[in-house]
Ligand binder design. Sequence first.
Ligand code: G3P
Ligand code: CA
Length: 295
Amino acid sequence: MKTRSSLTVVAALLGAALLVAPSAATAAGQAHEADTRHGRPLVIAHRGASAYAPENTLAAVDRAHDLGIDWVENDVQRTRDGELVVIHDDTLRRTTDAERVFPDRAPWKVKDFTAAEIARLDAGSWFGERWAGARVPTLSRYLRSVEANGQKLLLEIKSPELYPGIEGDILRVLRAEGWLDRSHVAGRLVVQSFAADSVRTVHERRPEITTGFLGTPEVADLPDYAAFTDQINPSHTSLTTAHIAAAHRLKGPHGRPLTVNTWTVDDAAGAVRVRDLGVDGIITNSPDVVRDALG
Ligand code: G3P
Ligand code: CA
């Protein structure tokens, strides 16, 4: 028979365990709460600090870190041979020298090139000569930089209709790189997309992950979204206080109010405007400008 004191010890140990290891459902959905608790919107570096370094490169991640910005956003797509790479456009033309290196490969779609071919490309010179030699990072390499900097990631599944099954590929890489453990899922990772089906797939396969839908659903449809997404992330051009308030009134899949992160706001006046409308986060190419504007 257990004595009163041994029961007390067991209870204390259980309590301690709960303190250090909250349930996945509790932990998920806290990704933003911890940062917005102080009342200021979160600042998220869009494609890294992309006003100052070539977008979606490791240099843009490091630039955000140098500016003291914790959160970076990126765009993930897939190569012909199944590697996940971080790049925004579905072609290589704008942000690499693919046209010069592979002149006969028009229209230079990301999905038509192997990872080895993309690794040869210069993803920095288009932005400025000092960035020559920057590469299109693989998602694995990108995660290691974010990790090394102690940063947090808003990962966008870009154009998933071009890459059937990419959600599973992304989850495999996240797991392999240690990004699906409790500490990451609890506050360092959000997966978002413009494609609701893609967000829903991520939620169904890994319910502990905080998810975001990019867009501005009708208010009447928000409850449907709240079944699988924790965030509603609209363009700043579509924001209204009524829409934000409607999102805040709903609880997401982890039992917490939906949060709203808007994009892309790069100037001080714009940052103040969307803060006053009530957003929880601002996705910006100029995170220092927005941070300073918020005081
Ligand atoms: O994270 C929001 C924003 O990145 C969505 O638009 O086109 O820049 O990926 P886009
Ligand atoms: Ca994006």
